[in-house]
Design a protein around this ligand. Structure first.
Ligand code: HEM
Length: 399
């Protein structure tokens, strides 16, 4: 028996020590307890890629309608209609379709030059210096600016919205998430929405204000103001901090692997693949939750109706059964079907935008900063049981 297997296997998403490097615990979960039960917080967890996909494809058994985050399920808060990440088909399908209809590949593609210009100007400011904070100086800024560009929010207001959304998924180390005021009802965007309704333009907010929703009986109607607010809040809360962490994790992974970083400097066509590998290796969202709607079995063990089950993205993405030598960072992996954007009906609606931001940020970084070393002693992780990433990620740079 190995030394590790004598130590009791324990996992919870609030444990800041586990969060520093959860992968050894994930490995034990996959091998020793592929269906894990945590008594303290009363939840089950699946960690193998196949089991995670099974949870995400069976939306009759594993439902999102009571909240898809452990703390939100426990808090039993009522989410407004249209917060479709916390809904189930057929209502989920109806609401998702509206956003899908306006959040088009064209809308995403036309952001490319604006995102690039923002990254370039943020990075130009540090050329010549020997320090750079990948999170504070870039990762925490790009996603909210991008969502602002998408929605047409004036620049002067974007910083306020970033702070509001970051707070919505934060908790002190070891503590549970408390849904913030304004998170679910979108009140922090109300003023902008009213202004945009009076000043239509070529942006996603104007499209939302004009969008039509098809009710179950086939009738069509415009969205209510409350629904527009809800959609806006969903976009900002799902797409801001997650994507910032992607940018920061790219810096960490390539800081640890200078040989692969040099390959990217020499051949930028490898960058999209490197972003996929960063997403796989260091997923910004580590887990989501589902409510179990009827008794079900995993590996011969019963999960009773009324339980909460977590699907562990970080664990599934390192599953050697699917990704040989899963803990190894390798930008040359082929067909990386990671679970960082979920799977099935709730598959991330912003994945194309997140990939675009990650790619452009990395392209612009590597053009100016070919060489860096993360100053890990002074880096600080962001406290959140839902997401895993950095508040501060300083580096010594060679520009
Ligand atoms: C690297 C960045 C991102 C990661 C890791 C990520 C991850 C995820 C995951 C895992 C889900 C599925 C949740 C579940 O199964 O309950 C999801 C859903 C979603 N994401 Fe993302 N996301 C990212 C960026 C974005 C962006 C940029 C946007 C939009 C601006 C966005 C909008 C959404 C929306 C609207 C949903 C709900 C989809 C549904 O329930 O049908 N995400 N995301």
């Amino acid at each position: 028996m190995s030394v590790t297997s004598q130590i009791e296997l324990y996992y919870d998403p609030y444990d800041a020590d586990i969060d520093v490097d959860p992968y050894p615990v994930y490995r034990r979960l996959r091998e020793e307890a592929p269906l894990y039960y945590n008594e303290k917080y009363d939840f089950y967890a699946v960690s193998r890629a196949d089991d995670v996909e099974r949870v995400l494809t069976d939306h009759q058994t594993f439902i999102s309608g009571r909240g898809a985050i452990l703390d939100f399920i426990r808090a039993d808060i009522e989410m407004p209609s249209g917060m479709f990440i916390f809904e189930d088909p057929p209502v989920h399908t109806m609401h998702r379709k509206v956003l899908h209809g306006v959040f088009t590949p064209r809308r995403v593609a036309e952001l490319e030059h604006k995102v690039r210009a923002f990254c370039a100007s943020s990075l130009d400011a540090v050329v010549g210096s020997d320090r750079f904070d990948f999170m504070a100086d870039l990762g925490s800024l790009v996603p909210m600016r991008t969502i602002g560009m998408l929605l047409g929010i004036p620049e002067s207001e974007q910083e306020t919205h970033r702070h509001d959304t970051d707070r919505s998924l934060r908790a002190a180390p070891g503590e549970q998430l408390a849904p913030q005021e304004g998170f679910a009802d979108g009140s922090s965007y109300a003023e902008y929405i009213d202004w945009r309704a009076e000043h239509p333009s070529d942006d996603l907010m104007t499209d939302l204000l004009n969008a039509e929703l098809e009710e179950a009986d086939g009738t069509r109607r415009r969205l209510t103001r409350a629904e527009v607010l809800t959609y806006t809040t969903l976009l900002a809360s799902a797409g801001a901090e997650t994507t910032g962490h992607l940018i920061a994790w790219s810096a960490v992974a390539l800081g640890r692997h200078p040989d692969q970083r040099r390959e990217l400097v020499e051949d930028s066509s490898l960058i999209p693949r490197a972003i996929e590998e960063v997403l796989r290796l260091e997923p910004p969202a580590q887990q989501f939750a589902r409510w179990v709607n009827r008794d079900v079995e995993f590996h011969g063990q019963k999960v009773p109706e009324g339980s909460v089950i977590l699907y562990l993205i970080g664990a599934a993405n390192h599953d050697d059964r699917r990704f040989p030598d899963g803990d190894r960072f390798d930008i040359h992996r082929q067909n990386v079907k990671h679970l960082s954007f979920g799977f099935g009906a709730h598959y991330c609606l912003g994945s194309a935008l997140a990939r675009l931001e990650g790619r452009i940020a990395l392209e612009e970084i590597l053009k100016r900063i070919p060489d860096w070393e993360i100053d890990i002693a002074n880096a600080r992780m962001a406290p959140s049981p839902a997401l895993r990433g950095w508040d501060s990620l300083p580096a010594f740079i060679g520009t």
